[in-house]
Ligand binder design. Structure first.
Ligand code: ME8
Length: 666
């Protein structure tokens, strides 16, 4: 048995909001790898935690009227509670507000500075608060919006310390070159290489525009600076091992794998190795970037408000079924759309029919023919072909795990189950027993038990409790020793006696989550589908009409809509009861609009170039009242104002005479 060190990490999650299934996905992959690595006897250390500094967190706390640390405590706890509830086998839960983490980050800053990699300068640039990142003007969308998240950026000019990232270009390229699997899936490595080849700017690594962060070391005597949140956050992977304080667990470094989502690959595959080189620390062996979970094709994210609560799903469908589903459903690195249908299908088909039913068949047949006894010593005498087929699959599994191809791993792991189920249909034990072929029948049961045992051992890291139940029914415990013995050393299962039991995976007939929020999401999906369908139809009809009369496609390229679609938009008269400027924004005003029935809507409107806040106050406007709420510069916008814009500028569309607030327009 090896005693390799295996250090596995998740990203540390921002505490600006609670977890959704995207976070659960990363953590479940990491947990699976950690459990597998323990089972094969590796000395494993599994880290997760929360990322608590930065402007985004400060603002989230402010918005809720909470003191920042108290707010961070509260949300960090919800992550920890969720992982505990999910039985995530982490060895340490780090928080970037931990005192020793902060010390470690300061030590790193000093070390990089000593190395000559940090210098002071001023920075002027477009800053996206949501991504906590500066973007060069050339990368902005429409000169203003963040190329990553689409939100409005603001111009920030500040004095800053810089990290000489540009000095590491060649070394980074050499690292990617010499380590073909440093970034997984391998296709992602090319993206990173292309990015670095495009040239790296030095990185601004301190901020003066806010306070909520790790201060510079005291001897810099520069108290207005706090560390850039990504420097602070990435360092967690080593401060968690004691870097900069007691070094207690630094023998675990370098990490075997940093698991992340593809949204934060650049930080992990470029900045982080450069920081480590500057600190003279070895580089991680792998960075594994998975894809996104989406809803209706849109990335699930806290800021979009389209998230699925992992606890609700796990409570309804079973935690381990959910784990299996997430890992099996999407190829590592690809995106996946969450649907209860797909989850139910996996449970009923893969788990219920293929796995659960196989155990039931074994219990049924051994009970009926042998009073529950199962013996495996004669399996190879009668079913060598089936054993060979099983082995062909089993030997393929380990490389798939190393490459993080967990969906392929599970797919391959299911083949032996098919071999077993097929063998029952082919050899028909009910006929064999009648023909007096007792030994062959016992051996067939032995084959099923052997396959169930090996599959369960390999599946253990994905479904720990379920596989424990299966193996207990087969008369043994799952331990690193039984794993080695049964899977690697060809050990034969000791005779055991089966007992009747409830099915492992009761069939699910209908979607189980009827909770209001998910229902709303479902409805939204149906509406989106219906809208798409209507648009398609309208386009087709427009085309037909256009073709008939003029031979052209449609009217001015504008899609025609039916009256129903027009009336689906709720337009109302409202009065602006409060108007203010949005700080740092050239375009936005923040308005409170009375839309009748005692309802005030917050609307973030891009009209500041044409209207001042005073001009808007106490005027009537036309509001699109049933738009999905959106966030602009971090502020909720619950509607849109009608306006007309031509080359001379923009003017509001207003009722000609004063109307009661809430009066429908149409
Ligand atoms: O980025 N689908 O934290 P974060 C799949 N604090 N995974 C998703 C997802 C989705 N829709 N949304 C989020 C941060 N994730 C930083 C990390 S590490 C030094 C600092 C997962 O709370 C995915 O793994 O925004 C992503 O990388 C992580 O959550 C980011 O969580």
């Amino acid at each position: 048995m090896s005693c390799h060190k295996s250090y596995i990490t998740t990203p540390i999650y921002y505490v600006n909001d609670v977890a959704h299934i995207g976070h659960a996905y990363t953590t479940i992959i990491a947990d699976t790898l950690a459990r597998y690595s323990r089972l094969i006897g590796e000395d494993t250390f599994f880290l997760t935690g929360t990322d608590e500094h930065g402007q985004k967190i400060e603002e989230a706390a402010k918005k809720r009227g909470k003191e920042t640390q108290a707010y961070a405590d509260e949300i960090s706890k919800t992550f920890k509670d969720l992982w505990d509830d999910f039985d995530i086998s982490y060895d340490k839960f780090i928080r970037t507000t931990d005192a020793d983490h902060k010390l470690g980050v300061q030590k790193a800053f000093t070390a990089m500075h000593k190395k000559g990699d940090i210098y002071k300068d001023t920075y002027s640039g477009h800053y996206c608060i949501s991504c906590e990142t500066f973007f060069p003007e050339t990368q902005l969308v429409d000169d203003e919006f963040c190329p990553d998240c689409g939100k409005s950026t603001s111009i920030v000019e500040e004095e800053s310390y810089f990290f000489k990232l540009s000095a590491y270009e060649d070394k980074l390229l050499a690292w990617y070159e010499n380590n073909p699997d440093c970034i997984l899936p391998k296709s992602k490595r090319n993206e990173v290489i292309r990015f670095v080849e495009g040239g790296l700017n030095d990185l601004s690594i301190t901020r003066t525009s806010f306070d909520w962060g790790v201060k510079l070391p005291a001897d810099f005597n520069d108290p207005k600076h706090v560390m850039y949140v990504w420097l602070d956050a990435l360092m967690n992977y080593v401060t968690a091992l004691g870097y900069g304080t007691d070094d207690a667990n630094m023998d675990n470094w370098p990490a075997r794998v940093h698991l992340i989502g593809k949204d934060i690959l650049r930080f992990h595959a470029i900045y982080w190795p450069a920081f480590l080189m500057s600190l003279d620390l070895p580089l991680p062996k792998h960075i594994g970037a998975h894809g996104w979970w989406t809803r209706n094709g849109e990335k699930m994210s806290k800021s979009k408000g389209n998230v699925v609560d992992p606890k609700e799903v796990a409570d309804a469908y079973g935690l381990e079924n959910f784990r299996y589903f997430m890992l099996r459903e999407v190829p590592f690195g690809g995106d996946g759309d969450f649907s209860q249908r797909a989850l139910m299908d996996r449970i009923n088909s893969d788990l219920g029919n293929d796995l659960g039913n196989l155990l039931n068949r074994l219990i049924g047949m051994s009970g009926k023919y042998f009073e529950g006894r199962v013996e495996c010593d004669l399996v190879s005498k009668y079913y060598q072909a089936e054993l060979d087929e099983m082995e062909t699959s089993l030997v393929k599994l380990e490389p798939m795990i190393s490459e993080l191809q967990l969906h392929r791993f599970l797919e391959e792991l299911w083949r032996p189950l098919t071999v077993a189920n097929r063998a029952i249909d082919k050899y028909q034990p009910w006929t064999m027993i009648k023909e007096g072929k007792t030994e062959e029948t016992m051996a067939l049961n032995g084959l099923i038990a052997t396959i169930l045992a090996k599959v369960s051992l390999m599946l253990h890291a994905v479904m720990p409790a379920t596989t424990t139940t299966v193996c207990n029914a087969l008369g043994f415990e799952i331990t690193p020793q039984t794993f080695q013995n049964i899977l690697k050393d060809g050990g034969i299962l000791a005779p055991f006696v089966t007992e009747k039991r409830e099915p492992l995976f009761p069939r699910i007939e209908a979607e189980l989550l009827v909770d209001a929020r998910l229902e709303a999401l479902k409805k939204e999906q149906e509406e989106a589908d219906a809208k798409k369908e209507a648009e398609k139809k309208a386009k087709k009809e427009a085309k037909k009409a256009g073709n008939a009369s003029t031979g052209l496609a449609s009217t001015d390229g504008v899609a025609l809509i039916g009256i129903d679609q027009f009336f689906a938009t709720s337009l109302k008269v409202g009065t602006v009861v409060k108007a203010e400027e949005v700080p740092k924004s050239k375009k936005l005003l923040l308005l409170q609009v009375d839309v009748g029935e005692a309802e005030t809507r917050q609307v973030v409107a891009g009209i500041k170039e044409w209207y001042s806040a005073e001009e808007m106050l106490n005027t009537q406007v036309c509001v699109v009242a049933n738009l999905k709420p959106a966030k602009l510069m971090g502020m909720l916008s619950q509607g849109m104002l009608l306006a007309a814009k031509d080359e001379n500028g923009l003017c509001m569309v207003r009722p000609e005479k004063a109307k009661t607030n809430g009066t429908p327009i149409g």
